[in-house]
Design a protein around this ligand. Structure first.
Ligand code: SF4
Length: 260
């Protein structure tokens, strides 16, 4: 996969995902250990049923991690691995972040590694299915801070003066008939997604907004591009329009929707 879709090495996330599985399985085993005796004293059937449930959860978690890691390394998707994306995104990732913190690993670095893995899983699944309703979601800070034009309702209101990336994105929107929306916050972004019901989102955001966006919109597939922040967070941020074009190419969108 191209480097711009993998802003950080996937192995950081894979390593912490393994650690998380071990911690969760150990925790489950601990709960079993302290509960089994008590339950066994009440009823041997209860003790056995509890052991069975604990064993199933533990094996499921272990196998899920193995399948996901195999998918990440080989790039070969299965329907199961697509479903498991939800398990990682919603349930395991918060624990992954906590464990990485114990190792004093920068949170943004782990999120970028997770985004690399997420992008790979999403890219493979949308390549198979194709994309009909694409939404490109941008943060408002991409627009030049002192530009007075209102582009949050319609990006084509931009006069394309070239002082920020909105101009080139507006041109791209015209060229490929793209649905590009600018969100002024998380609530607006969620509303746009709800109204649009896309089958793929290409989202531009900082690491933390991207993570919450991917978690909030699951099971919708999101390809995440991290914005550049040459002036610090939330002001005059940048995104490579070439990267967005390249992503359109990778999902075969460009060829299908280019205006003649
Ligand atoms: S390209 Fe120019 S007109 Fe368009 S949003 Fe940026 S600063 Fe405003």
């Amino acid at each position: 996969m191209n480097n711009f879709l993998s802003p950080e090495k996937k192995r950081i996330f894979i390593f912490f995902l393994f650690c998380t599985s071990l911690v969760v399985i150990s925790f489950i085993a601990f709960i079993w250990y302290i509960s089994y005796k008590g339950l066994g004293e009440i009823s041997s059937f209860l003790g056995l049923a509890f052991t069975l449930i604990v064993a199933i959860v533990g094996i499921f978690l272990f196998l899920s991690t193995i399948i996901l890691v195999f998918t990440m390394i080989s790039g070969k998707q299965s329907k199961l691995s697509i479903k498991l994306r939800g398990l990682v995104t919603k349930l395991l990732f918060p624990i992954v972040l906590k464990i990485a913190k114990l190792f004093k690993i920068d949170k943004d670095k782990v999120i970028r590694s997770f985004i690399a893995v997420n992008n790979e899983l999403v890219l493979e699944s949308v390549r198979e299915k194709g994309v009909n309703n694409l939404l490109i979601l941008l943060p408002h800070c991409i627009q030049l801070e002192n530009c007075e034009l209102k582009i949050s309702h319609n990006i084509l209101n931009c006069k394309k003066c070239g002082r920020c990336d909105i101009g080139d994105l507006a041109k791209l929107s015209e060229m490929y008939n793209l649905n590009i929306k600018v969100a002024t916050g998380g609530t607006i972004a969620r509303r746009i997604v709800k109204d649009t019901r896309p089958d793929l989102i290409i989202a531009v955001a900082c690491e933390r907004d991207m993570l919450s966006g991917i978690q909030d919109t699951y099971p919708l597939p999101v390809i995440g591009l991290i914005n550049e922040r040459p002036y610090g967070p939330c002001i005059n941020t940048r995104v490579s329009v070439a990267f967005i074009e390249k992503t359109l190419e990778m999902i075969n969108y460009r060829r299908q929707h280019e205006r003649t």
